[in-house]
Design a protein around this ligand. Sequence first.
Ligand SMILES: Cc1ncc(COP(=O)(O)O)c(C=O)c1O
Length: 483
Amino acid sequence: MTETGRGSDSTLPEDSRSSEDAARKRTSRLRELDNAHVWHPFTAMEAYREEEAPIIIAAEDFFLIDDTGQRYLDGHSSLWCNIHGHRVPAIDQAITQQLNKVAHSTLLGLSNEPSIELAAELVRRAPAGLNKVFYADCGAAGVEVALKLAFQYHRQKRGGPQERNLFACLGKAYHGDTVGTISLGGIDRFHSLFGSLMFPALRIPTPAAWGPEQSDALEQQLRDHADQLAGFVIEPLVQAAAGIVVHPVGYLKAVRELTRKYGILMIADEIAVGFGRTGRMFACEHEQVSPDILILSKGLTGGYLPLAATLVTDEIYEAFLGEPWAGRTFQHGHTYTGNPLACAAALASLQLFDDNDLLANVRCLEATIRDELAILTEPATRSDIRAIQSHVAEIRQRGVMVGIDLVLDRQSGAPFPATWRVGHRITVNCRNHGVILRNIGDTVVLMPAPAMPKELVTTLCRTVIQAMTQVLPDLQIPDRPAN
Ligand SMILES: Cc1ncc(COP(=O)(O)O)c(C=O)c1O
């Protein structure tokens, strides 16, 4: 892809110069207003204001288009949620048709057509036994629903310890940014500041290897707290925000068996890994696991509209039944719960999985990415590649989820100084070459949409490698200590 060109051209005819002028005015107005009024999430605002990041005004297929007309390949699925590309006719049409009926009506004591159809469709596709669907409007809210449901369930179920106030979570967990979900969080950069706001949780080490020794240690931790634990919240197979940390095979199944053994609800957060990203519709399927609670969001609507769904078993649901005055009702809900437009988009998105055999495409993309990135770790003939290999600590991949860890020195594992913002520089370089990504610290994350064509995924990988060859050798790297 070519370098972004935003300069003026005095040889242009009069009318194109005036339309360029108009475009430039619009850009500077939008940028001024953005800097004046918009506070961007997870964004260092002082640096951002200097940066002139793209202002997206349109999209087409797998490209985002900014206010200057520059096109960018959407290399992170618009923060891990886009599935089929942008402006997909079938989803656009489903939303428009729904818009012609009703845009919103509450689910509190009422129902609406798309939320009913979607619940049935999700139950049909989800791992067996998850028969009831509770809607919310973002991933974190979906996790909050799961936590409160689990907490209340134990108090209302028949038999067994009922005062269970503790949740288990993985060491490097990320489940959202509400106070409840950060209480389960284990990523220092995001969470440590808020420690005194959080409720206590049982931290289970993020598994690096899996065998009898690790299995015994996990069992002991769960057994020791069995009477207090309401649930074990886990991202199946891949911890995305931890930097695409991939779990060893067999871990998920073991968590299922142990949670069942000790009466602890297994709560699977498939907000990032669900909807095909790992090569199966749901990551739990890889190890034939049915959790007690499954949380979906992000890709649920194809990446179009905010929606979350928390699926539970009949056993959990039935603990909430009783006379209205008996105090067993789940007293929780959000204004836009089960929004008809979002549910209509989700139904259309699910249909496209079948129509386009999307899971087969993910398996093909998985191989393409692996082949393209192999150059970073295998003996290389290209001198520019050899020059950067010492900075590639690890590449982790599952399906179309990829994390590339960059370090100052692979041998010692020494990280780059944070002030160098190496991951961010790679992101900006990619953007200048027409690819949008978002790094997590010095981990470069690739997250193409499951439906992206192979050629575009190849472009994505090659642009990232090119960015590394352009950014890494230019850094002020001190001499490696002689050992
Ligand atoms: C695994 C996981 N859980 C929860 C969330 C929170 O979702 P949301 O940002 O929609 O609140 C995210 C977001 O990245 C996530 O990756």
